[in-house]
Write a protein that binds this ligand. Sequence first.
Ligand SMILES: Cc1cc2nc3c(=O)[nH]c(=O)nc-3n(C[C@H](O)[C@H](O)[C@H](O)COP(=O)(O)OP(=O)(O)OC[C@H]3O[C@@H](n4cnc5c(N)ncnc54)[C@H](O)[C@@H]3O)c2cc1C
Length: 425
Amino acid sequence: MSNADPIVIVGGGQAAGQLADSLRREGYGGAVTVLCDEPMPPYQRPHLSKLYLAGILDHEKLLYRPRDFYAERGITVMSGRRATRVDAAARQLHLDDGSTLPYAGLALCTGAVARRLPVQDADASGVHCLRTLADCEQLRAALPAATRVVCVGGGLISLEAAGVMAAMGKHVTVLAAQHRVMESAGTPEVAAFFAAEHQKRGIDIRTGCSVTGIDTENGAVCAVLTARGERIPADLVLVGIGVEPEVALAQAAGLACDNGIVVDEFARTSVPSIVAAGDCTRHPNAILGRSLRLESVHNAVEQAKTAAATLCGKQRAYAQAPWFWSDQLGFRLQIVGLAGREPRTVLRGDPASGSFAVWCFEGERLVACQSVNRPREYMACRRMLENDLLPTPAEVAHPRFDPEARLPRKAPLAFQRRSVPGVVA
Ligand SMILES: Cc1cc2nc3c(=O)[nH]c(=O)nc-3n(C[C@H](O)[C@H](O)[C@H](O)COP(=O)(O)OP(=O)(O)OC[C@H]3O[C@@H](n4cnc5c(N)ncnc54)[C@H](O)[C@@H]3O)c2cc1C
């Protein structure tokens, strides 16, 4: 591919926005087009369950880069247009208006779509999900008239939104099918802390409680039915039960997919000339020693940088400790690494103080840290994981353990250096 060939990016989230930006930073001089079926330039979803839902963030602040950023760099943004087919042999992208876009390099940053409740009347009026700006606008428009809200799902987005809606004076119930909230993301300690904080604010949290039906009146939701035989009155339901990777285009084009578009550490798919990045990919992680699909801003942004480098003919492997955050009820949860369901844990600090960290181990090996209002401890653990400077559980449990003192002065984070231990670029 020459420096004048066209590159097309499909997507309108952080991966697409970063990839376009990084192509220019890498010196790519050819035509770059970002194509997205949503009506605005690439934007950031995390605010949708936090400040934007609360009504205290301006619409333009959602944008990943300012509107004129793309034009200033000669990047064409085609919003409100959907890609319907990839013709990999002809290197052409077909759009929903019947037109085609030729490409020399194609990047799929198609993200994920919200999972629907598998029950009848899941699409009744008053039942919402929260993935896109349009979803959030609909939810915000419905909130003033709502008094009783049921959030289905015990994950981060459901809990964040529950907290925001409770602060608006709504009577909120959270229904989690698992035996505790945050089962996939949080350790039992962190989950117990957030469940208690939600309850203190009047949010009714019910665990082990799966939804079996939606009751309607004149086409609108009036109650949620559970497997325990409960009927919980509701005039608004928010369904937050996870996402499915958006792989339709990739699958139809014959790209290898397995719970996401399969890519290597350079973001290359199984078809030459096509890369993929973000929530839609399943990729290897050298630090964790396995392949996985991640749903996080960090992954979208950093994998997009690698994909851009690959399209520019440079090999820069993506291998970083995964991290993400969640803002709930005024607390900031920061997680680095993946803890697994039942990790061995060492608790530092007192949850009652609202500032603590849970260090997680597989046997003797440090695998994650989940901190609440302790950013320095989270950052120290991130440096440890990325530099393979791992303390034992006994060391972390020692009353005089100082995570920062343990690190050499300049232990860099993976994105700050060109090569990663264990990865051949
Ligand atoms: C409410 C909410 C809160 C979140 N909070 C956090 C948080 O606190 N911390 C964190 O780390 N992560 C958070 N996340 C997750 C984070 O937002 C995602 O990981 C991130 O958006 C992934 O970016 P992406 O670019 O891969 O995909 P997306 O942002 O999903 O973007 C994909 C885009 O591709 C478009 N598209 C798909 N198919 C086509 C097609 N055929 N043609 C044209 N366009 C197409 C979609 O419409 C979409 O615009 C949150 C997500 C949500 C929804």
